[in-house]
Design a protein around this ligand. Sequence first.
Ligand SMILES: C[S@@+](CC[C@H](N)C(=O)[O-])C[C@H]1O[C@@H](n2cnc3c(N)ncnc32)[C@H](O)[C@@H]1O
Length: 262
Amino acid sequence: MTTTAQPYQFRNAPTQLQPLQEMLDPITLDDLTRLGITDGQHAMDVGAGAGSIARRLCELVGRTGKVIAVDLDTTLLAPTAVLDVYQRDLRTDPLPTEAGTLDVVTARCVLEHLPNRQRLLEQMLAALRPGGHLVLGEIVYARTIVPHAPTAGDTELIVVVVHAILDVLAERGADLRWGEKTPAILLDAGLEQVRTRWVAQSWTGGSPGCRLYADNARQLREQLLKADLTPGDLDRFGELMANPTVVVRGYEFACTTARKPR
Ligand SMILES: C[S@@+](CC[C@H](N)C(=O)[O-])C[C@H]1O[C@@H](n2cnc3c(N)ncnc32)[C@H](O)[C@@H]1O
């Protein structure tokens, strides 16, 4: 199928997905635990990446359950007796599931990147059975704060680079306000128990969050150089993200759960 929409900005490198999982899994897994998922249930993770959420869903639904993992790039996803893996470009392809069949649908750091996010969310809601749960997580735009860095110049550089990364994502079609809009969209769609946590934490050089910043800057290097940053700036940013004396307020995430009415 031909795709005309902007391609996804990142490669699914373990250097990106590993720190993302280390940072966000405690929040998402806590959400999943609270839903009361039981043996034999059916779940789907949309944009499953390196698969930590899909694997946790497999544990929760047990041997008699079924989990579907869908992604454009499935190289980091291994199917099992419980886990089915589907390669799909969700800008154009439908979800590989029947309407009204799933107990849980998750998508973390996916919808904000996709131009058809609203339509895809509608498909995800349609896939849920009455009483089924939705678990979402999105990066949202937030001001960068640097409580500690070696010099004032380093502080300024970190702020400039992180905002340039966010600008590149937005220019390439990401909606960094999407996570703020989802609670209203879900309520309008009739969902119940809509609950959002906005999570931002301090990240220290070398921590998963700073490794994620460093990887994002590496992957978007070409675009960042076009945004008036120099190779020296980006090299220094990489050093700072590994420096344990650096403290920065990390990306903010909006994590929303909701239930389809019974
Ligand atoms: C930032 S990663 C998040 C991965 C995972 N959900 C997590 O939180 O650990 C975004 C994921 O969306 C997937 N993705 C991006 N564009 C896609 C598309 N058009 N169709 C399907 N998946 C896509 C990427 O391949 C990647 O795995």
